[in-house]
Design a protein around this ligand. Structure first.
Ligand SMILES: N[C@@H](CCC(=O)N[C@@H](CS)C(=O)NCC(=O)O)C(=O)O
Length: 249
């Protein structure tokens, strides 16, 4: 029997969300081991040496890093294309994906979501109000100001839906979990694009799993997600106790 496409990683990760959206848009069936970051076992360390999610395992390859995974899926399953055809647009789409993964990841995940959710709920550390205020008043507006210069007045960034729209939108689900939404008056193009993208079935269908994960203690994630119909793997790479990552941030 061939190995079915398997994704390791929580429904709450924007990087996992990006990969799941791409799998859905390309019509690729998959199973998921929805482990929370920081809770992978030793076998997880072996396949994800930076100990980050998502990881993809299929009949040909084991890969970590969402951008590498999405590019692999595009190369192996070219239709529908999710990278623009023109060389310059293709490069710009990759840049916007990189901007989302690096800078939006830093501000929305490692600052905002970390302060509001991960520190208190995973590590038992209270929210730092000074850090949170700087994120909300300085860093997030700067990210939004840049995005606004890149967004179209209507439709998708490169005409057809692409990895750039998907990568950017994925982060706004986590901003929403931390009760932050872009102001549609200040950033009208970005707000509208994110709303359009998150309304796609590729994102919409994940919402029930995201909400359930948010509201459930870690040891019960698999059971409640299974009850909701999530396509779970039979086995898990997860452990009960979280441990700090291997990267400095
Ligand atoms: N560049 C990576 C980033 C993935 C990432 O940062 N994942 C987070 C979850 S949102 C993680 O696994 N963090 C655990 C850690 O850093 O130890 C990608 O695109 O996949």
């Amino acid at each position: 029997m061939t190995t079915p496409t398997t994704i390791i990683g929580s429904y709450l990760s924007p990087y996992v969300r990006k990969v799941l959206a791409v799998l859905h848009l390309k019509g690729i069936a998959y199973r998921i081991d929805p482990i929370v970051p920081f809770t992978g076992d030793e076998r997880f360390s072996a396949i994800s040496p930076i100990r980050r999610v998502p990881v993809l395992i299929d009949d040909q390859v084991t890969l970590s890093d969402s951008s590498v995974i999405c590019q692999y899926l595009e190369d192996r399953y070219p239709s529908p294309a999710l990278y623009p055809a023109g060389i310059a647009d293709r490069a710009r789409a990759r840049w916007l994906e990189e901007y989302a993964d690096t800078r939006m990841g830093d501000v929305i995940i490692w600052q905002l979501y970390n302060e509001v959710a991960i520190n208190p709920h995973v590590w038992g550390k209270p929210t730092d109000p000074v850090r949170l205020q700087k994120t909300l008043e300085e860093d997030l507006p700067r990210v939004m100001d840049y995005l606004e210069t890149q967004m179209p007045s209507q439709g998708w960034i490169f005409g057809e839906l692409s990895i750039a729209d998907i990568a950017v939108a994925a982060f706004f689900r986590n901003a929403g979990f931390a009760r932050w939404q872009p102001d549609p008056v200040r950033w009208p193009r970005s707000s509208a694009l994110v709303e359009r993208a998150l309304a796609l079935d590729a994102f919409e269908r994940l919402k029930a799993y995201e909400h359930k994960t948010l509201r459930t203690p870690i040891p019960q994630h698999r059971a409640v997600l299974g009850d909701l119909g999530a396509p779970l793997t039979a086995e898990t790479f997860g452990t009960a106790a979280p441990r700090r990552g291997v990267m400095a941030t």
